[in-house]
Design a protein around this ligand. Structure first.
Ligand SMILES: NC(=O)c1ccc[n+]([C@@H]2O[C@H](COP(=O)([O-])OP(=O)(O)OC[C@H]3O[C@@H](n4cnc5c(N)ncnc54)[C@H](OP(=O)(O)O)[C@@H]3O)[C@@H](O)[C@H]2O)c1
Length: 243
């Protein structure tokens, strides 16, 4: 019997979980365990790291996993590397459910940087009101630029934040254009810092920035290993049926 392991934590992984459940596919959903109360899934769910590529290799073997779909966030590069290594070691079929990177269009004012560290460097200079939409994991990096008035939108209420001037909004996407315009106007945002996540759930802040004529510091995606890339749930179901 086949056993699909979904490496999740994204809107796309959630949609895939729903679809494979409806199809009666034997599958397990895996969360890293970064948020306090992960969204319930209609599949058996496990939470927490595997212990590197070797730990994932053990998990695959012990649980007779036959297929892995890496549906993690485009910035979860470590997990993607581990998945590629573990699947190569075990000879298990691997596909990634990915979403195209966001592209700027007329009216956008995006400045691209290669990674988080380049984004921190780009924030050197005078105090600005910055919507820092990078998630909780990287806040510490931006503590190196404490002069700014930050707007932080986080899934869970943080115990503390590493920057002295921060307004915190606890919310979980998807977000709407109207809400993000209102939020950014209320904060008097002057600059948006965003990872190039792609997809629809977090897109509204970029459309709001365009609407308000604000610049965006866009952090480009990390490099991930070559693998079979699928764009839709239907393509994943087809791949499962034929691989
Ligand atoms: N990075 C983002 O901006 C972002 C945004 C939204 C959602 N997420 C989701 O949050 C999770 C963590 O992201 P990250 O950037 O911290 O990842 P990461 O840096 O690539 O992963 C670090 C470690 O976390 C564990 N891990 C990551 N995803 C896992 C999963 N789905 N199931 C089990 N273990 C997992 C693995 O630990 P071991 O080595 O011990 O196995 C991995 O080596 C991902 O699942 C991702 O889909 C990330």
């Amino acid at each position: 019997m086949s056993h699909l392991l979904i490496l999740g934590g994204t809107t796309e992984a959630n949609a895939l979980a729903k679809a494979v459940c409806e199809q009666g596919v034997n599958a397990t959903y895996s969360y890293a365990g970064r948020v306090e109360s992960p969204r319930p899934q209609p599949l058996p769910t496990r939470v927490g790291g595997f212990g590197g590529a070797d730990g994932l290799t053990r998990y695959i073997t012990e649980n007779a996993v036959t297929h892995v779909v890496d549906a993690t966030h485009p910035f979860a590069a470590q997990m993607s590397q581990n998945a590629a290594k573990a699947c190569a070691q075990t000879g298990i079929a691997l596909a990634a459910l990915t979403r195209p990177a966001w592209q700027s269009s007329a009216g956008d004012n995006w400045h691209h940087v290669a990674d988080i560290s380049a984004a921190v460097t780009a924030l050197q200079g005078a105090t600005q009101r910055v919507f820092l939409a990078v998630g909780r994991m990287h806040l510490q990096d931006f503590a190196a630029q404490p002069q700014h008035d930050y707007l932080l939108r986080l899934v869970d209420e943080p115990d503390s934040v590493p920057m002295p001037k921060a307004q915190i909004v606890v919310a979980r996407g998807p977000f709407t254009l109207d809400d993000d315009i209102t939020l950014m106007q209320a904060h008097k945002t002057e600059l948006v810092v965003s990872k190039n996540a792609g997809g629809t759930g977090a897109r509204a802040k970029l459309d709001a920035a365009r609407h308000l004529g604000l610049p965006v510091l866009m952090i480009d995606r990390p490099v991930v290993p070559q693998r079979t890339e699928l764009a839709t749930t239907t393509q994943v179901l087809d791949w499962l049926a034929h691989s």
